[in-house]
Design a protein around this ligand. Sequence first.
Ligand code: C5P
Length: 234
Amino acid sequence: MNPLIIALDFESAGKARELVDRLGDAVSVYKVGLELYAAAGMPFVRELAEQGKKVFLDLKLYDIGETVKRAVAQVAASGAAFTTVHGSRAVMEAAVAGRGESALKLLAVTVLTSFDQDDLADLGYPCAVADLVALRVRKAMEAGIDGIVCSPLEAATVRALAGPKAILVTPGVRSAGAGKGDQKRVATPAEALRAGATYLVIGRQVTRAEDPRAEVERILAEIAGSASVSGTAC
Ligand code: C5P
């Protein structure tokens, strides 16, 4: 399976479309985040889905239950393959109700990886970040959520808590030597997969490459090479 999800962090459908065309059949899953969603909305999500691409619509929903349920039902009807909700029990249960019998996979955001202990204190939460992540992973699985978005550095712990069937999606992934941008804690694609990630979200390493398709192929070769090296070692 190709584990790459390419983040379409662009300000217009035109720019996103150009990259999708250049990547062709090398990539089958794309992340539409808040910027592109605000610019191009559901018509672009439907356009990608109609082309046979899987869309990860990263909306990080957080609202009253009825609103989350109804919004998720609309996302499911669009043909998107994955969407995100915050990991609070009422929000997650509403999302599960909203997706009904559709094939939409729901992913929970536990604690934003940009949050540290001071941010939790600011919210009035007295616990440690790692404890809140663990609590929310457990609640997500209890609520019927399909997977978790987490840092590759948390993936092994989250995998142990969420079990083998959970879908783990990790941003913050870079090949060794690729520019980190504003990401502080990164892992290579092979490290993230070894830690238990199912899918890897990669943005700028591909979107800003001179030849994005060649960059994707290089990353896939790097993953395959590392799998065969560890296979030999076993
Ligand atoms: O360009 P880069 O590979 O850093 O992009 C990663 C993508 O994953 C961006 O769309 C970013 O918003 C998203 N993301 C992240 N870290 C998180 C959650 C999402 O980088 N913790």
